[in-house]
Design a protein around this ligand. Structure first.
Ligand code: NAP
Length: 538
């Protein structure tokens, strides 16, 4: 098709969970669509992140599509938290069931997208030289899809294999007999370290910042439990929609600072025994009061000390430089226990930073470490990475990179002033990563497709966020965040993990329900904050 221009109503970039649903939804509304996907199959983040131990950390019955009751009734999740292979199987099942692949072009990257003001259309080019013209552009590119550039000197000199958790070999890695070094102790590191330690001859973990991790207590789902949840699925989904985190887990009902020391300890212990994010979401004040947070953090630190036999290692694993939850809480299976193994060493690279990678390991200021395989669990250029890989040019030749030079903002976390007819699913300023991102993506797809459908019915040719609405939204996102402890960490939530990235709070912290209610109200008001221009011909 090189040379020809293919015209569609909607071009969707990305065929992860959000993109897949966008295909289904917009096709159902009768729009012509094309989806462009870099991977060779559907699944997005679950296609790329195949490292050992990769699994969701929101319960699978919740971390799954809600749009089709038939789908949620027929699919059987094996465990409380499904593994990456199971989640990828689910994505493929959805693609087959709804016949999505016929509208997806795999193994292709969008390289640039330019808004043609006179035609009110996006001209899009791919790395295969194809050209598309689309009335609407939907960026379903994911919040955590581009690995951050690894800023460790000497990486190229390493003689052994280097694997990044977010770009794991399709065929897997056999760690038998290998001496492995791993850099990074965020969620990806914390999930993979226990399994790499079991498989490898030796594992050295290089930790710059200790993170808070809580147990998953993952287990198979019994038939009875699954059946009971499926009978009640509609109300579980309603509860999720009306919750803080887009989940059916119990909502915050206790205030730590109101509890006696005994009741507090009992409540923390209950959260710990339930596993998952409870310790963060079960209390009204844990993300708002520094003292309440310290009490919760102290509880987790006591658990670490009770688990890890070597007191020096335990102290190194105790996070101290950020409030619990202000860097995303990790959910693990046997993470702290792994440091009791004879074949695992923890190295503090905060006190003694890495100087360089060498052909057979790495050097810090004070020591050298040797290994033959290096695993990078060093995270992502969150929210903006995937969008900034594409040369996006809006009205009057303005680049998205220029519009975001002082920090990424988008009205409702989905539309950028100066970039008409372009929508970002779970973009900067949306609840996305602070909620159940699967449901957050569904809500965005439904809201955006309803708006596009409305535009078609009303002969509206251009939809654009008003600059004042976008600024107001950015202010609200920041003020909401500022009332919490979230900004008190150098986290990827504020872009602090990528050198040079402007710091703005990138997620909406006031909760999924509050966000959805605002979106609904804005729609009721005729899409307040959007400039809707009629077709020239209308
Ligand atoms: P991350 O949370 O950003 O962690 C990256 C780790 O690499 C940090 O420990 C960081 O240390 C370290 N690091 C980065 N660059 C380094 C350098 N140059 N030298 C030394 N250390 C360096 O990334 P992630 O673990 O991939 O997780 C990102 C997010 O993806 C999670 O927060 C979560 O939202 C999502 N995720 C979810 C799941 C799940 O659902 N189960 C699993 C994996 C990931 P510093 O902290 O000191 O920068």
């Amino acid at each position: 098709m090189v040379g020809q221009v293919r015209e569609v109503d909607v071009l969707i970039v990305g065929a992860g969970f959000a993109g897949m649903y966008a295909i289904h939804r917009l096709r159902g509304l009768g729009f012509s669509i094309r989806a462009i996907e870099k991977g060779d199959d559907v699944g997005g983040t679950w296609y790329w992140n195949r490292y050992p131990g990769a699994r969701c950390d929101i319960e699978s019955m919740s971390y799954s599509y809600s749009f089709s009751d038939e789908l949620q009734q027929e699919w059987r999740w094996s465990h409380r938290y499904a593994t990456q292979p199971e989640i990828l199987r689910y994505a493929r099942h959805v693609a087959d069931k709804f016949d999505l692949r016929r509208d997806i072009q795999f193994g292709t990257q969008v390289t640039d997208a330019t808004y043609d003001e006179s035609a009110a259309k996006w001209a899009v080019t791919t790395d295969r030289g194809e050209r598309f013209l689309a009335r609407f552009l939907i960026m379903a590119t994911g919040c955590l899809s581009v690995p951050k550039k690894v800023d460790v000197p000497g990486l190229d000199s390493f003689a052994g294999d280097v694997f990044h958790t977010a770009d794991w070999p399709r065929e897997g890695v056999d760690f038998t007999g290998r001496r492995v070094g791993i850099i990074g102790t965020g969620s990806s590191g914390i999930q993979s370290i226990p399994l790499i330690a079991q498989a490898a001859e030796y594992l050295t973990v290089f930790q710059r910042t200790a993170n808070f991790s809580v147990p998953a207590w993952n287990a198979p789902m019994s038939d009875d439990k699954v059946a009971a949840m499926k009978r009640d699925y509609a109300s579980l989904r309603r509860k999720s929609r009306n919750s803080y985190a887009g989940d059916y887990a119990e909502e915050a009902i206790l205030t730590i600072m109101d509890l006696s020391p005994e009741d507090r300890e009992a409540a923390f212990e209950k959260c710990w025994q339930q596993g998952g994010f409870n310790i963060q979401y079960f209390f009204t004040d844990v993300m708002e009061s520094a003292e309440a947070n310290r009490l919760a953090a102290d509880f987790v630190r006591r658990k670490i000390r009770a688990t890890v036999r070597d007191p020096k290692v335990a102290e190194l694993l105790c996070p101290r430089d950020h409030p619990l939850g202000a860097k995303r809480l990790c959910v693990d299976t046997g993470y702290y226990e792994t440091y009791n193994r004879d074949n695992v060493t923890l190295v503090d690279i905060h006190g003694d930073p890495i100087q360089s990678i060498t052909p057979d390991g790495l050097k810090t200021g004070k020591a050298s470490y040797s290994f033959d395989t290096l695993v990078l669990a060093t995270g992502f250029d969150a929210f903006t990475g995937a969008l900034q890989r594409i040369e996006i040019t809006g009205r009057q030749g303005r680049k998205l990179s220029a519009a975001w030079a002082d920090g990424a903002t988008a009205y409702l976390g989905m539309a950028v002033a100066g970039f008409p007819n372009m929508f970002i699913v779970t973009g900067p300023g949306s609840p996305s990563v602070l909620a159940n991102v699967l449901l957050a993506g569904e809500q965005h797809v439904e809201w955006i497709s309803t708006l596009i459908d409305h535009a078609r019915a009303q002969q509206i040719g251009e939809i654009e966020a008003e600059p004042a609405a976008q600024e107001g939204w950015a202010r609200q996102v920041w003020q909401d965040a500022d009332r919490t402890l979230y900004p008190r960490a150098q986290s990827w939530y504020i872009g602090a993990n990528v050198p040079g990235k402007p710091h703005v709070f990138l997620a909406y912290v006031a909760g999924f329900k509050a966000y959805c209610d605002q979106c609904d109200e804005i729609a009721r008001q005729g899409y307040a904050g959007f400039r809707l221009r009629m077709n020239a011909a209308a």
